[in-house]
Write a protein that binds this ligand. Structure first.
Ligand SMILES: Cc1ncc(COP(=O)(O)O)c(C=O)c1O
Length: 338
């Protein structure tokens, strides 16, 4: 099925690697395992948002913006990647970061917020949960910049769940299915972190476009309810399908969101997620993050251990990045002393 090729900024480095994980596979003794390395999208330590922003920021170029203002949590990967692309496009970045899972504003910068600062972003931290709406504060900051003669583009909370973000991952699925096919592999399942949903939505849509039966398992990382994830996935995939000019449509029955690995809350690690993080580091030298990919990996490992897949099936883990946040969680990974 043909789909429209949307315009890209062209800063991300694609295709990202697609690799087998033989040592993890031997360790778990289940299906054949692969990883799609979207932690290697090529800019400022990579991640899934580079793939999405490479399309989303075309708008900034069209509007001749000189500033991008966006928002998320203090350890936000979205924000770091926005700063990175804005910088490479010759713009400045302003971030309104919410304390989210942390009780207070950071006294020492670490992980993503440190990188934001090093890349020269203006950073304002506010005490607010990840699922509250900071739009009035973004508008206030945009007005301040306009008064100084700047042309800011505001990427509010809706930007990261836009149809464009989903369209980017429809292409992402097509890219990984093509790489798998070149290795003689048909993907039976893909595991992906379900944060707000558009990445999962794009994978489901991409599989539909190719007419493939690949099941896309979204592991809820605890930011939003399953209802809200379903709603975002349906809405953003509908918009993306229209943008891409395809008749393929994602239905409610195509959506799998597994909430068993979310733990207490978004950003709070679990015993299984920390175990998963260590296991893939020790078998595959694959470094994953404590907030998104380790809960997703815990889900994949958990389902394999429960015998949900046959040994002749091919299962792929989408590494969506986020590794800088690991350093903000260093206390949980220290060697035992004494
Ligand atoms: C590392 C990482 N993985 C996964 C996700 C989830 O993506 P989505 O919001 O599309 O569900 C995010 C989103 O912030 C992320 O930073």
């Amino acid at each position: 099925m043909q789909i429209r090729q949307l315009e890209r900024v062209g800063i991300g480095v694609f295709p990202t690697p697609f690799e087998p994980m033989p040592r993890l596979q031997t360790e778990l003794g289940g299906p054949k395992l692969f990883v799609k390395r979207d932690d290697m999208t090529g800019v400022a330590l990579g991640g899934n948002k580079v793939r999405q922003l490479d399309y989303i920021l075309v708008e900034a170029r069209k509007k001749r913006a000189d500033y991008v203002i966006t928002t998320c949590g203090v350890q936000s990967n979205w924000s770091r990647q926005t700063v990175a692309l804005a910088t490479k496009m010759g713009m400045k970045a302003m971030l309104v970061l919410r304390t989210a899972q942390f009780k207070s504003k950071p006294s020492v910068y670490d992980g993503n917020i440190l990188l934001d600062h090093i890349m020269g972003a203006k950073v304002r931290v506010i005490k607010m949960r990840i699922n509250e709406d900071p739009t009035p504060i973004l508008e206030e900051e945009a007005d301040k910049l306009r008064r100084k003669g700047h042309r800011p583009l505001v990427l509010g909370p809706a930007a990261s769940v836009s149809p464009m973000a989903t369209a980017a991952y429809a292409y992402g699925f097509i890219e990984m299915a093509g790489q798998a096919k070149a290795m003689g592999v048909t993907l039976d399942a893909v595991f992906v972190a379900a944060g707000a949903g558009p990445t999962q939505a794009g994978l489901i849509l991409g599989a539909k476009v190719l007419g493939m039966k690949t099941r896309i398992f979204g592991i809820n990382v605890g930011a939003y309810s399953a209802e809200r994830l379903n709603e975002v996935i349906l809405r953003s995939s509908e918009g993306a399908a229209k943008m891409l000019g395809t008749d393929a449509r994602v239905k409610k029955s195509d959506i799998i969101v597994n909430g068993d690995y979310a733990g207490e809350d978004y950003g709070i690690t679990t015993e299984e997620s920390n175990e998963a993080l260590r296991l893939v580091a020790r078998t595959e030298a694959l470094i994953i993050d404590p907030v998104y990919t380790s809960k997703t990996m815990a889900g994949m490992i958990g389902m394999i251990r429960k015998g949900e897949f046959r040994n002749d099936q091919n299962v792929c883990f989408l590494h969506t990045g986020g590794v800088p946040a690991l350093f903000a969680y260093k206390d949980q990974f220290q060697p035992k002393r004494g």
